[in-house]
Design a protein around this ligand. Structure first.
Ligand code: HAM
Length: 403
Protein backbone atom coordinates (compact mmCIF):
# COMPACT_ATOMS: atom_id res chain seq x y z
CA UNK A 1 0.00 0.00 0.00
CA UNK A 2 1.16 3.56 -0.67
CA UNK A 3 2.63 5.30 2.33
CA UNK A 4 0.68 8.33 3.47
CA UNK A 5 2.81 11.43 3.72
CA UNK A 6 2.28 14.76 5.41
CA UNK A 7 1.10 17.63 3.21
CA UNK A 8 3.63 19.86 1.48
CA UNK A 9 4.75 22.71 3.72
CA UNK A 10 3.26 21.08 6.82
CA UNK A 11 5.82 19.52 9.12
CA UNK A 12 5.73 17.35 12.20
CA UNK A 13 7.56 18.80 15.17
CA UNK A 14 9.47 15.97 16.81
CA UNK A 15 12.70 14.90 18.50
CA UNK A 16 15.19 17.71 19.17
CA UNK A 17 12.95 20.32 17.52
CA UNK A 18 10.06 19.33 19.78
CA UNK A 19 12.26 19.78 22.82
CA UNK A 20 13.25 23.25 21.66
CA UNK A 21 9.63 24.06 20.78
CA UNK A 22 8.37 23.22 24.26
CA UNK A 23 11.28 25.01 25.91
CA UNK A 24 10.60 28.13 23.83
CA UNK A 25 6.89 28.13 24.67
CA UNK A 26 7.49 27.67 28.39
CA UNK A 27 10.10 30.44 28.64
CA UNK A 28 8.33 32.80 26.30
CA UNK A 29 5.01 32.39 28.16
CA UNK A 30 6.78 33.29 31.40
CA UNK A 31 8.28 36.42 29.82
CA UNK A 32 4.86 37.49 28.45
CA UNK A 33 3.30 36.99 31.88
CA UNK A 34 5.97 39.25 33.39
CA UNK A 35 4.70 41.98 31.05
CA UNK A 36 1.13 41.43 32.27
CA UNK A 37 -0.18 39.37 29.34
CA UNK A 38 -2.69 36.59 30.02
CA UNK A 39 -2.94 33.36 28.03
CA UNK A 40 -5.76 33.00 25.54
CA UNK A 41 -6.52 30.26 23.03
CA UNK A 42 -8.90 30.73 20.11
CA UNK A 43 -10.09 28.21 17.47
CA UNK A 44 -7.97 27.66 14.39
CA UNK A 45 -11.11 27.78 12.22
CA UNK A 46 -13.09 31.01 11.89
CA UNK A 47 -15.59 32.58 9.52
CA UNK A 48 -13.71 33.71 6.41
CA UNK A 49 -15.19 37.19 6.68
CA UNK A 50 -13.19 37.78 9.88
CA UNK A 51 -9.92 37.54 7.98
CA UNK A 52 -11.19 39.36 4.91
CA UNK A 53 -12.20 42.32 7.05
CA UNK A 54 -9.03 42.36 9.17
CA UNK A 55 -6.02 41.12 7.24
CA UNK A 56 -7.40 43.14 4.33
CA UNK A 57 -8.56 42.58 0.79
CA UNK A 58 -5.32 43.88 -0.69
CA UNK A 59 -3.06 41.51 1.22
CA UNK A 60 -1.65 38.37 -0.38
CA UNK A 61 -2.94 36.48 2.64
CA UNK A 62 -6.60 37.28 1.97
CA UNK A 63 -6.41 37.13 -1.81
CA UNK A 64 -4.28 34.03 -2.42
CA UNK A 65 -3.19 32.26 0.69
CA UNK A 66 -6.23 31.30 2.72
CA UNK A 67 -7.17 27.69 3.38
CA UNK A 68 -10.81 28.41 2.68
CA UNK A 69 -13.70 25.99 2.32
CA UNK A 70 -17.42 25.54 2.87
CA UNK A 71 -18.24 23.31 5.84
CA UNK A 72 -21.11 20.83 6.07
CA UNK A 73 -23.36 23.57 7.43
CA UNK A 74 -22.62 25.66 4.27
CA UNK A 75 -20.56 28.16 6.26
CA UNK A 76 -17.68 29.91 4.50
CA UNK A 77 -14.77 29.17 6.86
CA UNK A 78 -10.98 29.51 6.81
CA UNK A 79 -8.05 28.22 8.79
CA UNK A 80 -6.54 31.20 10.55
CA UNK A 81 -3.61 32.77 8.69
CA UNK A 82 -2.57 34.73 11.80
CA UNK A 83 -3.67 35.23 15.40
CA UNK A 84 -4.54 38.91 15.80
CA UNK A 85 -7.94 38.84 14.05
CA UNK A 86 -9.26 36.05 16.29
CA UNK A 87 -8.12 37.82 19.45
CA UNK A 88 -9.93 40.96 18.29
CA UNK A 89 -13.04 38.86 17.48
CA UNK A 90 -12.93 37.45 21.02
CA UNK A 91 -12.36 40.91 22.51
CA UNK A 92 -15.53 42.19 20.84
CA UNK A 93 -17.64 39.03 21.23
CA UNK A 94 -17.04 38.97 24.99
CA UNK A 95 -17.78 42.73 25.16
CA UNK A 96 -14.38 43.43 26.71
CA UNK A 97 -14.16 46.42 24.37
CA UNK A 98 -17.09 47.99 26.23
CA UNK A 99 -15.51 47.53 29.66
CA UNK A 100 -12.82 50.19 29.19
CA UNK A 101 -9.27 49.78 30.53
CA UNK A 102 -6.17 47.99 29.33
CA UNK A 103 -6.17 44.27 28.42
CA UNK A 104 -3.17 42.17 27.51
CA UNK A 105 -3.21 38.69 25.95
CA UNK A 106 -0.66 36.17 24.73
CA UNK A 107 -1.28 33.14 22.50
CA UNK A 108 0.49 30.52 20.47
CA UNK A 109 -0.47 27.91 17.94
CA UNK A 110 -0.54 26.88 14.31
CA UNK A 111 -1.31 29.36 11.52
CA UNK A 112 -2.00 28.45 7.87
CA UNK A 113 -1.01 30.24 4.69
CA UNK A 114 -1.06 28.62 1.26
CA UNK A 115 2.33 30.01 0.23
CA UNK A 116 5.00 28.39 -1.96
CA UNK A 117 6.96 26.33 0.59
CA UNK A 118 10.68 27.00 0.91
CA UNK A 119 13.22 27.24 3.71
CA UNK A 120 11.60 29.26 6.48
CA UNK A 121 8.27 29.45 4.66
CA UNK A 122 5.67 26.84 5.57
CA UNK A 123 1.98 26.33 4.91
CA UNK A 124 1.42 25.41 8.53
CA UNK A 125 3.69 27.30 10.90
CA UNK A 126 3.45 28.39 14.52
CA UNK A 127 3.35 31.82 16.05
CA UNK A 128 3.76 33.13 19.57
CA UNK A 129 2.02 36.49 19.86
CA UNK A 130 0.98 39.21 22.28
CA UNK A 131 -1.71 41.85 21.91
CA UNK A 132 -2.48 44.88 24.10
CA UNK A 133 -5.84 46.67 23.90
CA UNK A 134 -6.83 50.08 25.25
CA UNK A 135 -3.43 51.74 25.58
CA UNK A 136 -2.95 54.70 23.23
CA UNK A 137 0.50 55.71 24.37
CA UNK A 138 3.61 55.01 22.29
CA UNK A 139 4.98 53.74 25.63
CA UNK A 140 3.01 50.53 25.05
CA UNK A 141 4.65 50.16 21.61
CA UNK A 142 7.93 50.49 23.47
CA UNK A 143 6.79 47.90 26.04
CA UNK A 144 5.86 45.44 23.28
CA UNK A 145 9.14 45.97 21.40
CA UNK A 146 11.08 45.68 24.68
CA UNK A 147 9.42 42.31 25.33
CA UNK A 148 10.47 40.94 21.93
CA UNK A 149 13.99 42.28 22.50
CA UNK A 150 14.10 40.49 25.85
CA UNK A 151 12.79 37.25 24.35
CA UNK A 152 15.56 37.30 21.75
CA UNK A 153 18.10 38.26 24.41
CA UNK A 154 17.02 35.31 26.55
CA UNK A 155 17.51 32.90 23.66
CA UNK A 156 20.72 34.70 22.59
CA UNK A 157 19.44 35.39 19.08
CA UNK A 158 20.99 38.37 17.29
CA UNK A 159 18.39 40.32 15.33
CA UNK A 160 18.00 43.77 13.81
CA UNK A 161 14.92 45.79 14.65
CA UNK A 162 13.39 47.69 11.71
CA UNK A 163 10.77 50.30 12.56
CA UNK A 164 8.54 52.68 10.67
CA UNK A 165 5.43 54.77 11.24
CA UNK A 166 2.46 54.25 8.93
CA UNK A 167 0.64 57.37 10.12
CA UNK A 168 -3.00 57.76 11.08
CA UNK A 169 -6.35 58.77 9.58
CA UNK A 170 -5.11 62.35 9.38
CA UNK A 171 -1.93 61.76 7.41
CA UNK A 172 -2.34 58.42 5.61
CA UNK A 173 -5.29 59.24 3.25
CA UNK A 174 -3.68 62.41 1.88
CA UNK A 175 -0.33 60.62 1.60
CA UNK A 176 -1.98 57.78 -0.36
CA UNK A 177 -3.54 60.29 -2.75
CA UNK A 178 -0.14 61.91 -3.40
CA UNK A 179 1.50 58.52 -3.72
CA UNK A 180 -0.99 57.47 -6.37
CA UNK A 181 -0.29 60.66 -8.30
CA UNK A 182 3.44 60.07 -7.97
CA UNK A 183 3.36 56.47 -9.16
CA UNK A 184 0.51 56.58 -11.67
CA UNK A 185 2.94 57.23 -14.55
CA UNK A 186 5.45 54.59 -13.42
CA UNK A 187 5.03 51.07 -14.84
CA UNK A 188 5.49 48.60 -12.01
CA UNK A 189 5.28 44.78 -11.90
CA UNK A 190 1.84 43.14 -12.36
CA UNK A 191 1.38 42.67 -8.61
CA UNK A 192 2.20 46.31 -7.86
CA UNK A 193 -0.11 47.48 -10.65
CA UNK A 194 -2.92 45.72 -8.75
CA UNK A 195 -1.69 47.22 -5.49
CA UNK A 196 -2.09 50.69 -7.00
CA UNK A 197 -5.83 49.98 -6.98
CA UNK A 198 -6.22 48.03 -3.70
CA UNK A 199 -3.67 49.59 -1.34
CA UNK A 200 -0.92 51.62 -3.03
CA UNK A 201 1.44 51.79 -0.02
CA UNK A 202 1.99 48.04 -0.38
CA UNK A 203 4.10 48.71 -3.49
CA UNK A 204 6.97 49.40 -1.07
CA UNK A 205 6.70 45.79 0.10
CA UNK A 206 7.56 44.51 -3.40
CA UNK A 207 10.57 42.20 -3.60
CA UNK A 208 11.04 42.94 -7.32
CA UNK A 209 14.31 44.89 -7.66
CA UNK A 210 13.10 46.86 -10.67
CA UNK A 211 10.08 48.11 -8.69
CA UNK A 212 12.32 49.00 -5.76
CA UNK A 213 14.59 50.98 -8.06
CA UNK A 214 11.71 52.89 -9.62
CA UNK A 215 10.27 53.68 -6.18
CA UNK A 216 13.55 54.78 -4.64
CA UNK A 217 12.92 58.50 -4.95
CA UNK A 218 9.20 58.41 -4.24
CA UNK A 219 8.22 60.05 -0.93
CA UNK A 220 7.43 57.56 1.81
CA UNK A 221 4.71 57.88 4.46
CA UNK A 222 7.48 58.47 7.01
CA UNK A 223 8.22 61.76 5.20
CA UNK A 224 4.59 62.88 5.36
CA UNK A 225 3.50 62.16 8.93
CA UNK A 226 1.17 64.59 10.67
CA UNK A 227 2.49 66.43 13.72
CA UNK A 228 1.01 64.00 16.24
CA UNK A 229 2.33 60.89 14.46
CA UNK A 230 5.74 62.51 13.97
CA UNK A 231 5.94 63.44 17.68
CA UNK A 232 4.93 59.94 18.73
CA UNK A 233 7.41 58.34 16.36
CA UNK A 234 10.17 60.66 17.65
CA UNK A 235 9.24 59.85 21.25
CA UNK A 236 9.29 56.13 20.51
CA UNK A 237 12.74 56.40 18.95
CA UNK A 238 13.97 58.50 21.90
CA UNK A 239 12.68 55.89 24.35
CA UNK A 240 14.26 53.05 22.37
CA UNK A 241 17.54 54.99 22.58
CA UNK A 242 17.18 55.41 26.31
CA UNK A 243 16.64 51.64 26.72
CA UNK A 244 19.71 51.09 24.48
CA UNK A 245 17.56 49.19 21.96
CA UNK A 246 19.17 49.56 18.55
CA UNK A 247 16.95 50.00 15.48
CA UNK A 248 16.93 50.98 11.83
CA UNK A 249 14.23 53.30 10.50
CA UNK A 250 13.07 51.42 7.40
CA UNK A 251 10.81 53.69 5.38
CA UNK A 252 9.89 50.81 3.06
CA UNK A 253 8.48 48.77 5.93
CA UNK A 254 4.72 48.69 5.31
CA UNK A 255 3.90 45.12 6.52
CA UNK A 256 1.89 42.51 4.64
CA UNK A 257 -1.36 43.00 6.55
CA UNK A 258 -3.65 45.97 6.00
CA UNK A 259 -4.63 46.79 9.57
CA UNK A 260 -1.61 48.72 10.79
CA UNK A 261 -1.56 52.37 11.85
CA UNK A 262 1.39 54.35 13.30
CA UNK A 263 4.16 52.06 14.59
CA UNK A 264 5.14 49.06 12.46
CA UNK A 265 8.17 46.87 13.14
CA UNK A 266 9.98 43.69 12.16
CA UNK A 267 12.87 41.78 13.70
CA UNK A 268 15.23 40.49 11.03
CA UNK A 269 17.84 37.76 11.38
CA UNK A 270 20.94 37.52 9.20
CA UNK A 271 21.24 33.77 9.83
CA UNK A 272 18.15 32.08 8.36
CA UNK A 273 18.19 32.81 4.62
CA UNK A 274 15.79 34.86 2.54
CA UNK A 275 12.76 34.40 4.82
CA UNK A 276 14.51 36.47 7.41
CA UNK A 277 11.74 38.12 9.46
CA UNK A 278 11.50 36.32 12.79
CA UNK A 279 8.88 38.62 14.27
CA UNK A 280 6.57 41.35 13.11
CA UNK A 281 4.00 43.62 14.62
CA UNK A 282 2.77 47.10 15.24
CA UNK A 283 -0.16 49.27 16.19
CA UNK A 284 -3.66 48.72 14.78
CA UNK A 285 -5.88 51.41 16.21
CA UNK A 286 -8.89 50.85 13.94
CA UNK A 287 -9.26 47.10 13.81
CA UNK A 288 -11.56 46.69 16.83
CA UNK A 289 -13.95 49.29 15.41
CA UNK A 290 -13.60 47.88 11.89
CA UNK A 291 -14.76 44.49 13.17
CA UNK A 292 -17.82 45.97 14.86
CA UNK A 293 -16.45 46.88 18.29
CA UNK A 294 -15.83 50.12 20.14
CA UNK A 295 -13.04 52.55 19.27
CA UNK A 296 -10.18 50.80 21.07
CA UNK A 297 -6.53 51.14 20.14
CA UNK A 298 -4.25 48.11 20.07
CA UNK A 299 -0.69 47.02 19.48
CA UNK A 300 1.00 43.63 19.29
CA UNK A 301 3.51 41.29 17.71
CA UNK A 302 3.96 37.69 16.61
CA UNK A 303 7.11 35.60 16.47
CA UNK A 304 7.46 32.86 13.84
CA UNK A 305 8.40 29.89 16.01
CA UNK A 306 9.90 27.64 13.28
CA UNK A 307 12.19 30.44 12.11
CA UNK A 308 13.28 31.09 15.69
CA UNK A 309 13.91 27.40 16.44
CA UNK A 310 16.50 27.38 13.66
CA UNK A 311 18.53 29.72 15.80
CA UNK A 312 18.33 28.31 19.31
CA UNK A 313 20.29 25.48 20.87
CA UNK A 314 18.79 22.46 22.54
CA UNK A 315 17.90 23.57 26.08
CA UNK A 316 20.37 22.81 28.82
CA UNK A 317 19.03 20.15 31.16
CA UNK A 318 18.33 21.94 34.43
CA UNK A 319 16.32 19.16 36.08
CA UNK A 320 17.33 15.70 37.31
CA UNK A 321 16.08 12.87 35.11
CA UNK A 322 15.96 9.44 36.74
CA UNK A 323 16.12 6.16 34.87
CA UNK A 324 14.85 3.18 36.88
CA UNK A 325 15.20 -0.41 35.67
CA UNK A 326 14.56 -3.94 36.95
CA UNK A 327 16.81 -6.98 36.46
CA UNK A 328 14.45 -9.81 37.54
CA UNK A 329 10.77 -10.77 37.92
CA UNK A 330 10.45 -9.76 41.54
CA UNK A 331 11.99 -6.35 40.85
CA UNK A 332 9.74 -5.83 37.83
CA UNK A 333 6.67 -6.36 40.02
CA UNK A 334 7.80 -3.52 42.30
CA UNK A 335 8.91 -1.21 39.50
CA UNK A 336 5.61 0.61 38.82
CA UNK A 337 5.13 1.48 42.49
CA UNK A 338 8.69 2.81 42.84
CA UNK A 339 8.54 4.77 39.57
CA UNK A 340 5.20 6.31 40.49
CA UNK A 341 6.48 7.48 43.89
CA UNK A 342 9.64 8.98 42.38
CA UNK A 343 7.57 10.84 39.75
CA UNK A 344 6.05 13.06 42.40
CA UNK A 345 9.41 14.89 42.45
CA UNK A 346 11.28 14.00 39.27
CA UNK A 347 11.09 13.18 35.59
CA UNK A 348 11.37 9.38 35.58
CA UNK A 349 12.12 7.20 32.57
CA UNK A 350 11.85 3.44 32.72
CA UNK A 351 11.70 0.24 30.73
CA UNK A 352 9.11 -2.34 31.74
CA UNK A 353 11.26 -5.25 30.65
CA UNK A 354 13.73 -7.34 32.57
CA UNK A 355 17.17 -6.44 31.32
CA UNK A 356 20.75 -6.89 32.45
CA UNK A 357 22.41 -4.24 34.58
CA UNK A 358 24.62 -3.17 31.65
CA UNK A 359 21.68 -2.93 29.22
CA UNK A 360 19.75 -0.70 31.64
CA UNK A 361 22.85 1.40 32.23
CA UNK A 362 23.38 1.96 28.51
CA UNK A 363 19.68 2.74 28.03
CA UNK A 364 19.88 5.41 30.72
CA UNK A 365 22.88 7.06 29.08
CA UNK A 366 21.17 6.99 25.68
CA UNK A 367 18.12 8.73 27.15
CA UNK A 368 20.29 11.45 28.77
CA UNK A 369 19.33 10.47 32.33
CA UNK A 370 21.21 12.28 35.10
CA UNK A 371 20.56 9.56 37.70
CA UNK A 372 20.17 5.80 37.46
CA UNK A 373 18.51 3.39 39.85
CA UNK A 374 18.53 -0.35 39.26
CA UNK A 375 16.49 -2.88 41.21
CA UNK A 376 18.69 -5.96 41.65
CA UNK A 377 17.73 -9.17 43.39
CA UNK A 378 20.33 -8.86 46.15
CA UNK A 379 19.54 -5.25 47.21
CA UNK A 380 15.82 -5.82 46.87
CA UNK A 381 15.97 -8.67 49.41
CA UNK A 382 17.35 -6.08 51.88
CA UNK A 383 14.70 -3.49 50.90
CA UNK A 384 17.32 -1.42 49.02
CA UNK A 385 18.07 -0.08 45.54
CA UNK A 386 21.34 0.62 43.71
CA UNK A 387 21.70 4.26 42.49
CA UNK A 388 24.22 6.36 40.64
CA UNK A 389 24.36 10.15 40.27
CA UNK A 390 25.90 10.44 36.80
CA UNK A 391 26.62 14.15 37.06
CA UNK A 392 28.84 13.75 40.13
CA UNK A 393 29.80 10.11 39.57
CA UNK A 394 28.53 8.97 42.99
CA UNK A 395 27.21 5.45 43.54
CA UNK A 396 24.99 4.59 46.53
CA UNK A 397 22.81 1.79 47.76
CA UNK A 398 19.81 3.36 49.49
CA UNK A 399 16.86 2.06 51.42
CA UNK A 400 13.70 1.86 49.29
CA UNK A 401 11.75 3.70 51.96
CA UNK A 402 14.05 6.73 51.52
CA UNK A 403 14.21 6.52 47.73
P1 HAM B 1 3.35 38.47 10.20
O1 HAM B 1 4.52 39.36 9.94
O2 HAM B 1 2.51 38.11 9.05
O3 HAM B 1 2.49 39.18 11.32
O4 HAM B 1 3.85 37.13 10.88
C1 HAM B 1 4.67 37.14 12.03
C2 HAM B 1 5.82 36.16 11.87
O5 HAM B 1 5.31 34.85 11.53
C3 HAM B 1 6.78 36.48 10.74
O6 HAM B 1 7.72 37.45 11.14
C4 HAM B 1 7.42 35.12 10.49
O7 HAM B 1 8.46 34.88 11.42
C5 HAM B 1 6.29 34.16 10.77
N1 HAM B 1 5.70 33.68 9.51
C6 HAM B 1 4.83 34.31 8.70
N2 HAM B 1 4.52 33.55 7.63
C7 HAM B 1 5.22 32.40 7.75
C8 HAM B 1 5.34 31.20 6.97
N3 HAM B 1 4.64 31.02 5.85
N4 HAM B 1 6.17 30.23 7.41
C9 HAM B 1 6.88 30.36 8.55
N5 HAM B 1 6.80 31.48 9.33
C10 HAM B 1 5.99 32.47 8.94
C11 HAM B 1 1.34 38.69 11.83
O8 HAM B 1 0.93 37.58 11.63
C12 HAM B 1 0.65 39.66 12.77
N6 HAM B 1 -0.56 39.00 13.28
C13 HAM B 1 1.55 40.11 13.89
C14 HAM B 1 0.90 41.06 14.82
C15 HAM B 1 0.38 40.78 16.03
N7 HAM B 1 0.69 42.34 14.58
C16 HAM B 1 0.06 42.87 15.63
N8 HAM B 1 -0.14 41.93 16.49
Amino acid sequence: MDKIQSLRGMNDISEAQAEKFLYFLQRCSKIAQKYGHKYISTPILEQTVLFERSVGNSSDIATKEMYRFTDKGHNDVSLRPEGTASIVRHFIEKKIDKAGGVFRFFYYGPMFRYERPQKGRLRQFHQFGCETFGEDSYMEDLNIIDMVVNIFKFFEIPTTLHINSLGCDDCMPSYKKNLLNNISGIKLCDICEKRKITNPIRVFDCKNEKCQEKLQNIDKITDSLCKICQNEFDSLMGSLDSLCIKYIVNKNLVRGLDYYTKTAFEFISGDIGSQNAIAGGGRYNHLVEQLGGEKVSAVGFAIGIERLLELINKPKQDQDIWYIGATNDEALEQLSKIVSKKRSDYIVLTDYKIRSFTKHFNNAIKKSATNIAILNKQELTNGQIWTKDLTNDIEKIVSLSNF
